[in-house]
Design a protein around this ligand. Structure first.
Ligand SMILES: Cc1cc2nc3c(=O)[nH]c(=O)nc-3n(C[C@H](O)[C@H](O)[C@H](O)COP(=O)(O)OP(=O)(O)OC[C@H]3O[C@@H](n4cnc5c(N)ncnc54)[C@H](O)[C@@H]3O)c2cc1C
Length: 555
């Protein structure tokens, strides 16, 4: 699938050149200072690098979402979580609420500043006693005459110290649960606001704050959209927040692998460079294969968003997999550097501490699995909230059958047997998950709806996410058979991870059915036998050899 055209490429080139000149040389200084000078955002604004998909009316460029993808990829390549999160919060996590649901007055007041780089914004959801459990926030805003009067506190607010305004999540009707939540636009220099900087494990150049609100007065015109709709705006907006982590994390992981390969090709142990050791080569092969799969899935999710398709399941799956893999790649790539990996002289130390937040911020991995489980097990449908922006909603279904029988048969007849095997193994994994979901739903009906163990639900959510990701990977290879330069490598990668996934899905689902006296009685007996047969006739070691040879020798 081709997502980028010549204009995208030119934009990437100029942004990359700007970042290497204006940002890279300063990162160490900003990390040590715990602060990024506002002048850099102004420079980026002047260059037209901010507000890429916002309308020209407010100073934006009205470009498609793949320009935003490039923005995230190029900032991700800098390997500085603190730098990228500052603008991700502005461009994707706070300003869009004003744009999508705010009044013209609010748009005119705030959007030009975030696009020119003059203003930095924040999103204020989390409180000392309410993080994952967003509905339980306690910060109150009471409408008195023409003002909202705010009392309460927020914590972990990115850009809270040096930012200019916050999209504050408040309770305007504390008794109404989710229906009592509203969003207010609050300038951060108002009387009654206190700020306290939080010391963090990573993201050192990004400022994170505790914010206190003591009878803070804001005009009632600062309400975003309708009172009581805040929770629904938030649930919609969180999809973009999660989505932007995909391209940025993928790019940082690519950087980690490329730096690792360079280091390994020079570092010697026992008389040879360490990239000659099989265990390290196989680790490179494993991590690279997983990364290629999530990259394909990431582009697919961004493509859905670009087409105006609201897909909570994909965003949650993407965020879950990309942040978990980022953590794994940071740890395992640091290991390639030995003692040097643990020092500030090499890139992995910063990546190691910066990546740790991924599975926590913007909704934890556990919350992602809970959302995915609701969609795939309980068949919950998440609806898009009506915004005041004209949507370019497409009629394309996000659930098109990627690996249909027709595609598999075409592959079987061609010389792409390995790709055909990858599709077959994914189909087995998918079928197994379907059987497991039916099983737990039936058990629920006969016992009671809440009896299904949370552990099993989360396990199914995880496996289903990995299947979806690999399906997209295989599908992307299938769709670009003629144009892909590295076909052998990509097909081997797809085969490797599909075989591994089939094994994992079948074994884990096998256990979900409880105990049986013999294998023959088990409902998954046939699938189990079949998967083992496929497994023993396909050597994982040989695949790792092929993939690592193709990666390392090319490097
Ligand atoms: C550096 C940083 C920057 C941040 N920036 C922002 C920001 O700009 N704005 C903002 O509003 N917030 C921000 N956050 C907050 C972040 O979104 C929250 O930390 C996150 O949502 C988790 O909430 P919590 O910390 O209260 O954890 P908790 O909700 O207390 O969760 C603790 C643990 O319990 C698990 N858990 C909770 N509920 C369940 C459940 N139902 N089932 C299973 N497990 C569960 C969680 O997964 C987690 O592992 C930031 C956090 C950090 C660390």
């Amino acid at each position: 699938m081709k997502y980028f055209n010549e204009e995208h490429d030119l934009f990437r080139q100029s942004l990359r050149e700007f970042l290497s000149r204006e940002v890279s040389p300063n990162i160490e200084v900003w990390e040590k200072a715990g602060k990024i000078p506002k002048s850099i955002w102004k420079k980026m604004g002047d260059m037209g690098f901010l507000g890429l998909s916002f309308p020209e009316k407010y100073g934006g460029s009205d470009l498609d979402f793949f320009f935003e993808v490039i923005f995230n990829e190029e900032l991700g390549r800098l390997n500085c979580g603190g730098f990228i999160i500052t603008q991700q919060v502005v461009q994707y996590m706070s300003a869009p609420y004003i744009y999508k649901y705010g009044s013209e007055q609010l748009k005119d007041k705030y959007l030009p500043g975030i696009i020119s780089g003059d203003l930095i914004s924040c999103i204020g959801i989390t409180e000392p006693d309410a993080g994952s459990d967003t509905k339980n926030i306690q910060t109150k805003a009471e409408l008195i005459d023409n003002h909202y009067v705010i009392n309460g506190s927020k914590t972990f607010i990115t850009n809270g110290i040096y930012g200019d305004f916050v999209i504050l999540v408040v309770k305007t009707d504390p008794k109404a649960g989710a229906k009592g939540v509203s969003l207010l636009c609050v300038d951060l220099d108002l009387k009654g606001i206190t700020k306290n900087k939080i010391n963090k494990l990573g993201w050192h150049s990004s400022d994170t704050a505790e914010l206190g609100f003591d009878n803070v007065k804001v005009p009632k015109e600062n309400l975003i959209g309708e009172e009581g709709n805040g929770f629904y705006y938030l649930m919609n907006g969180l999809q973009l927040e999660r989505l932007c982590f995909l391209p940025s994390n993928v790019a940082t992981m690519e950087y980690a692998l490329s730096e690792s390969l360079n280091y390994m090709s020079e570092r010697k142990a026992f008389g040879r460079t360490i990239d000659k050791f099989d265990v390290l080569r196989h680790r490179i092969s494993q991590l690279s294969s997983e990364l290629e799969a999530i990259k394909a899935f990431s582009y697919h999710c961004c493509d859905l968003f670009n087409k105006g398709i609201y897909d909570v399941k994909s965003c949650s799956m993407g965020k879950l997999i990309v942040t978990e893999l980022h953590e794994k790649i940071s740890t395992q790539c640091l290991q390639f550097f030995g003692g040097n990996g643990y020092t500030e002289d090499y890139p992995m130390a910063r990546m190691f501490r910066d990546s740790r937040i991924g599975t926590i911020g913007g909704g934890t991995s556990e919350i992602m699995r809970a959302i995915i489980a609701k969609v795939i097990i309980d068949d919950v449908k998440y609806e898009k909230v009506k915004s005041n922006v004209i949507s370019k909603e497409s009629l394309i279904s996000s659930n098109s059958n990627l690996l249909n029988q027709e595609k598999i048969s075409t592959l079987e007849k061609s010389d792409k047997h390995d790709l055909s095997l990858a599709t077959k193994t994914i189909a087995i994994a998918e079928n197994t998950i379907d059987i497991a979901i039916k099983h737990i739903n039936q058990t629920n009906i006969t016992i009671n709806k809440t009896s299904s163990s949370q552990v099993i639900r989360h396990q199914i959510a995880q496996l289903a996410s990995e299947i979806e990701c690999n399906k997209q990977f295989v599908s992307s290879i299938f769709n670009s058979l003629e144009s892909t330069e590295n076909l052998e490598k990509e097909i081997s990668m797809a085969k490797l991870i599909s075989l591994q996934l089939m094994d994992k899905v079948v074994s884990e689902c096998f256990e979900m059915f409880g105990t049986y006296d013999s294998l023959e009685q088990h409902p998954l007996e046939e699938i189990f036998q079949n998967s083992k047969l496929i497994r023993i006739s396909n050597s994982k070691r040989e695949l790792h050899d092929t993939i690592s040879n193709l990666i390392i020798e090319k490097n």
